[in-house]
Write a protein that binds this ligand. Structure first.
Ligand SMILES: C[S@@+](CC[C@H](N)C(=O)[O-])C[C@H]1O[C@@H](n2cnc3c(N)ncnc32)[C@H](O)[C@@H]1O
Length: 229
């Protein structure tokens, strides 16, 4: 276990974030431009489609005409594309992602020029303004944020959301029974977090509206937290 932890840290600080590199490969070698990643049509495709629809249904209810909306870690832009189809130019859409190649080679082709795409690390970016967004959502991104950057990630969310703005966070929840700090160290750079840990951090910054597992055919596919600034 100690060896794994040391290797994780060495890899992260010397070679970069392997989870992100893997996603870049999936996104660039996608089978379908709208898939979540390279697995989409290989494994569990039908359930992943249902999962996508459940998330989209919620997004449709959260977003209102006239909103300024950002997806943090938009990847190939499949959610942005669907929102654009539904709301047209009725909402102002932004997609931010750390991997420029995905945005340039895939996302740009999925959305229109009306969607502002920003290649940057959400935690470090200086391109967003304070209180710029009515709605911020982030799907399957949290696992790439190592535990020591979680506070900075949530602080940034707080900063860029308007007062009373809505946040919608979806992530793959922890499946093992390990204590949170061991879980974070072992799965470093690709951590399935304990919903209780994430909720506690969000409660310090936001008002929680609702939170629960997202189930598809009885399986826990993800966990969502809906909150207000
Ligand atoms: C699994 S993909 C999900 C993409 C999209 N949300 C979806 O569900 O189709 C995770 C994305 O988060 C992005 N990401 C991870 N850490 C990030 C950070 N600190 N800032 C911006 N984007 C980040 C990755 O580059 C990747 O595109």
């Amino acid at each position: 276990m100690i060896k794994t932890i040391i290797r994780n840290f060495t890899n992260y600080f010397l070679k970069g974030n392997k989870g992100l590199d893997d996603f870049k490969t999936y996104a660039l070698n996608h089978v379908d431009p709208l898939q979540v990643d390279g697995f989409f049509h290989k494994y569990d495709a039908e359930n992943l489609e249902k999962y996508f629809e459940l998330i989209m249904h919620k997004l449709d209810n959260i977003i209102s005409k006239g909103d300024v909306v950002i997806e943090v870690g938009c990847g190939t832009g499949r959610y942005l594309k669907r929102i654009e189809t539904t709301f047209g130019t009725g909402v102002k859409l932004y997609g931010l992602d750390a991997i420029e190649e995905t945005l340039t080679n895939v996302t740009k082709k999925n959305v229109s020029n009306n969607v502002v795409l920003i290649a940057d690390d959400f935690i470090k970016t200086q391109t967003l303004q304070k209180g710029q967004f009515n709605v911020l959502f982030s799907i399957s991104v949290l696992q790439y944020i190592p535990f020591f950057k979680l506070n900075a990630f949530f602080n940034k969310m707080k900063e860029v959301l308007k007062k009373d703005g809505t946040g919608y966070l979806i992530f793959a929840p922890k499946k093992n029974k390990l204590p949170n700090f061991i879980n974070s160290l072992l799965d470093f750079g690709f951590t399935n977090y304990d919903p209780e840990l994430i909720l506690a951090k969000l409660k310090k910054r936001f008002s929680i509206i609702e939170h629960q597992y997202i189930q598809v055919d009885g399986k826990n596919f993800g966990y969502y937290i809906l909150f207000k600034n």
